[in-house]
Design a protein around this ligand. Sequence first.
Ligand SMILES: NC(=O)c1ccc[n+]([C@@H]2O[C@H](COP(=O)([O-])OP(=O)(O)OC[C@H]3O[C@@H](n4cnc5c(N)ncnc54)[C@H](O)[C@@H]3O)[C@@H](O)[C@H]2O)c1
Length: 260
Amino acid sequence: MKALENRTAIVTGAARGAGAAIARRLVEAGAHVVLGDIRTEAGEAVARELGDAASFIPLDVTREEDWRRTVEHTTTLHGKIDVLVNNAGRLHIGTILNTTAEQARTVVDVNLIGPFLGIRAVVPTMKAQQMGSIVNVGSLDGLIAMNGIAAYAASKWGLRGLVKSAALELGRDGIRVNTVCPAGGNPEMYGPWMEQLVGMMDEMLAYTEDRGIPGEVSLEAIADAVVFFASDASRLCTGVDLPVDGGAHAGTFLRGFNEF
Ligand SMILES: NC(=O)c1ccc[n+]([C@@H]2O[C@H](COP(=O)([O-])OP(=O)(O)OC[C@H]3O[C@@H](n4cnc5c(N)ncnc54)[C@H](O)[C@@H]3O)[C@@H](O)[C@H]2O)c1
C-alpha cells in the first residue's frame, strides 16, 4: 500500500515551483490532491497533467472566503481533508529602509496570515476526523536570518511560531503541524530581482556551494520532506522544523579546513 493511499490533501501555491512538485509527489504517494493558487491557468494545467487524482481551485490564501470555498470543494469531492500543505509564498528583496510598509504587509499576509487562515479553515474538519497533518513550507531564512529580506525572514520566523503553537493546541485532536525549511526553491521566485542577482554570481554560488552537501536544493527534495510529514512515517513528529538545506543550518563550512 502506498504511503498516502486514500488520503486527501490541499496544496497552496501549487501552480508552479515547489507547490507543483509537492502535488506531484503526493499523487505518486497515492493521495487525492486539491491544488490552490492565484495563478489559475498554470494551476489548472498542473492539475490536468496529474489526472483524475487532482483538481484545481482558485485560492488566494489571504482571503477567508477563498478558504471556505476550498474546504467546501475538497469535502464535497473527497469527503475529508487529511493533509494541508501551506506552501504559497511571496518574496520581497530590499533592505528595511527600501521596503515600504505595504510591501512588508503583503509578504507577511501571504506567508504568515495565509497559513493561519488555512489552519483555521481545515481544523474543524480535521478535528471531526480526529486526524490530520498540516505541513508548512518555511525557509532557511526562518531559521537563520539574512540581510536584505527582513519582511520575508520575519514572516518565515513567525510561521515557525505559529506552527509550534498550533502543534501544541491540536495534538490531542490527532492533528500534527510541522515546517519544512528549504534553503532554495523555484528560481522564478526571484524574477523581479534577477538582473541584480546575476551581478552577484560569486556570492550566490558561495551561498549554495559552501555547505556540507553543496548544490541547489531541488524541488523534489522539498516535496519528499513534505510527504514524510504528511504520512504516518512521521506520526510522533509535531512542532518540528526540518531544514532541507544540505547542512547550511548545521554551521560554517570552510573548504580549507577539509584539507588539514
Ligand atoms: N524559491 C526559493 O528560493 C525558496 C527558498 C526557501 C523557501 N521557499 C518557499 O517555498 C515555497 C514555494 O515557493 P517556490 O520556490 O516554489 O516559488 P514560486 O514563486 O514558484 O511559488 C510560489 C507560489 O505561491 C503562489 N502564491 C503567491 N501568493 C499567493 C496567494 N496570495 N495565494 C495563493 N497562492 C499564492 C504563486 O502564484 C506561486 O505559484 C514558498 O513558501 C517559498 O517562500 C522558496
